[in-house]
Write a protein that binds this ligand. Structure first.
Ligand code: ARG
Length: 588
């Protein structure tokens, strides 16, 4: 199948309404046909309401005229009724609906157009900080970024996964100095494995170093000298820094493997990568008049945002001591991604507290001319994960919650749920499924929540079988697969497009037809919860269908037609869960 895809039925109805609008009022050619699914018919168009005002007609009268001019001859629309204040209730022919099922089933992309073909999308996500443990905040960026990478990848984009590690900065001078002065520290004495223990050790060392830095001025002095040594490329200092980065990367890698996300070691392009671009970046900002001197600091003064003192908010391009910080690096980063990576779209997945930072970076990049209208840029902001007390999720002692421990717990809980439901599974099967479902539960809880909202990390709720959970959707998928196995449906069934169409089949088919539309929405809004909501709706439509319509016991052609619906449901559930980064086991 070509990457052009299959036009969804909703799109065909919208096109037909648009044509009717032109027939009635040629000057309204650009008007939105306002078509959506409806409870009263297959689709509803509300176009007449806003248009009537513009052309000075009563909505009901305009609705009537649109209905008269709607083309019913091409076999898609079967009927149109004008209701209430001028809505059009539009029903499709059974044949058009079966044809969409057949065509999607026959296509390996299920008819979804590769709308992102030829676009390079740089997704900045995960980005944990070296020498610190990954915490629950990094869980969100990792999961959301992974889902967006998968959706854009499926839509044909050339996705660059940019893991902007916090691997640079003055804190490393302090840490390295501390490690060198403490030969008894676990960094020297312990066998550091491939798991996260090295990073726990680093995390404690980091805290100890910070305490000494704050309390002992002479240590602070030596630490500052170390920063200079690191920046000047002193071989011993750089070697130690590399060790620290490598251990941290290993630990992050262990979490990525466990989470089953797409990130690989090749995607680590940390802050240090931009180090030798910082001077040029700042020079360009100064040359073009975007960055200015302020008591020795080089800053970009916002033209859009003022602070509480009514003064423009400041982006620090270079500190007066010559140092570069987080702002400087992000200026160099956006410049690099546009000029060298030729990005068409830039996404930054971080928590919403960084909204102002990115707004300022984007503004500066626009003013200096790197960012043009041809490039789309978004801060993909997300809310906070809350603990049971409704406050940001912390351990009882107030520390960061360790990710690995959370994932262990999730998978143990699901193991119990699955074992009870399916006692026939072998221990090995159970282990695999528990891991897939446990990780899936955590991801789904995150991705099914509107991104900008905070949510409570509640393992009980995440792992329940009945409700809008990852486990529920995985079960729904496994159930469909089991029916397909029983029906022995190894080959694609032939759909009889003249066959009858029950209401539950109709509803399911119309939901199936909307998959590509939802993916396009996710790419546009960067909101994976729309896909999660869609999959939940699909699973429910399938359940209603399955309760009302026997599959295996039905006579032909009904049996084959129903198997086709099952087959398409299974594939969309599997593909859609996959785009949320969630595995879809064949049995559970
Ligand atoms: N390392 C940062 C943190 O943990 C996130 C970096 C996000 N990406 C960026 N280009 N600033 O908060």
């Amino acid at each position: 199948m070509s990457s052009a895809g299959i036009l969804p039925l909703l799109g065909r109805v919208a096109a037909a309404v648009s044509e009717a609008i032109v027939r009635v009022r040629p000057e309204m050619a650009d008007a939105d046909p306002v078509v959506r699914r409806s409870d009263r018919a297959d689709f509803q168009s509300n176009a007449a309401l806003p248009l009537a005002k513009k052309v000075g007609m009563k909505p009901a009268q305009l609705g009537g005229e649109l209905a008269t001019h709607l083309d019913l001859t091409d076999g898609v629309i079967a009927d149109v009724q004008v209701s209430g204040p001028g809505f059009l209730n539009i029903s499709l022919t059974d044949r058009a609906i079966w044809e969409s099922v057949a065509a999607r089933l026959a296509d390996d992309r299920l008819g979804v157009p590769a709308t992102e073909n030829g676009h390079r999308v740089v997704i900045d996500y995960s980005a944990p900080n070296v020498a610190k443990e990954m915490h629950v905040g990094h869980l969100r960026t990792t999961i959301i970024g992974d889902s967006l990478a998968r959706v854009f990848g499926f839509l044909g984009a050339d996705v660059v996964r940019a893991n902007h590690l916090g691997d640079w900065g003055t804190q490393f001078g302090m840490l390295i100095q501390y490690i060198d002065e403490h030969p008894e520290s676990p960094w020297h004495t312990e066998e550091l494995g491939a798991d996260t223990s090295a990073v726990s050790a680093l995390d404690s060392l980091y805290k100890a170093a910070r305490a000494e830095f704050d309390s002992d001025p002479s240590f602070a002095g030596r630490a500052r000298t170390r920063v200079v040594a690191l920046q000047a490329g002193d071989p011993d200092t750089v070697a130690r820094w590399r060790e620290i980065v490598a251990e941290s990367e290993k630990a992050f890698g262990a979490i990525y493997d466990r989470l089953d996300v797409l990130l690989t070691p090749d995607d680590y392009v940390g802050e240090s990568f931009y180090n030798d671009q910082l001077a040029d970046t700042v020079a360009e900002l100064v040359d073009k008049g975007v960055a200015v001197d302020s008591d020795g600091d080089v800053v970009v003064l916002s033209e859009q945002v003022t602070g509480p003192d009514d003064q423009p908010v400041v982006l620090m391009a270079r500190k007066r001591d010559g140092g570069y910080g987080y702002d400087s690096t992000d200026l160099a980063t956006i410049r690099y991604r546009i000029a060298s990576l030729h990005a068409d779209r830039l996404l930054y997945v971080t928590d919403s507290r960084q909204a102002l930072h990115f707004q300022l970076i984007f503004e500066a990049a626009r003013r200096v001319g790197w960012l043009t209208d041809a490039i789309r840029v978004d801060h993909v902001a997300y809310g906070t994960i809350l603990g049971p007390d409704g406050k940001p999720f912390k351990t009882r002692a107030g520390g960061t919650v360790r990710l690995m421990g959370l994932l262990d717990e999730a998978s143990a809980r699901v193991r119990a749920v699955v074992a009870e439901k399916n006692p026939d599974l072998t221990a090995v099967e159970l282990d695999t499924i528990a891991e897939q479902a446990g990780i899936g539960a955590v991801k789904y809880a995150d991705l099914s929540t509107s991104r900008v909202k905070d949510y409570t990390f509640d393992l009980d709720r995440m792992t329940t079988l009945n409700g809008n959970t990852g486990v529920y959707l995985q079960y729904a998928h496994a159930r469909v697969r089991s029916i397909l196995r029983k029906a022995d449906a190894t080959t694609l069934p032939t759909v009889d497009t003249a066959g009858p169409l029950e209401p539950a089949e109709r509803e399911l088919a119309l939901v199936l037809d909307g998959y590509g539309t939802v993916l396009a929405e996710v790419a546009d809004t960067l909101e994976p919860h729309r896909l999660a909501g869609y999959l939940y709706e699909l699973a429910r439509a399938y359940t209603t269908f399955y309760d009302a319509c026997p599959v295996i016991a039905a006579d032909e052609p009904i049996r084959s037609n129903r198997i086709a619906l099952c087959g398409l449901t299974a594939r969309i559930l599997e593909l859609g869960l996959g785009q949320l980064g969630i595995a879809a086991p064949q049995r559970m």
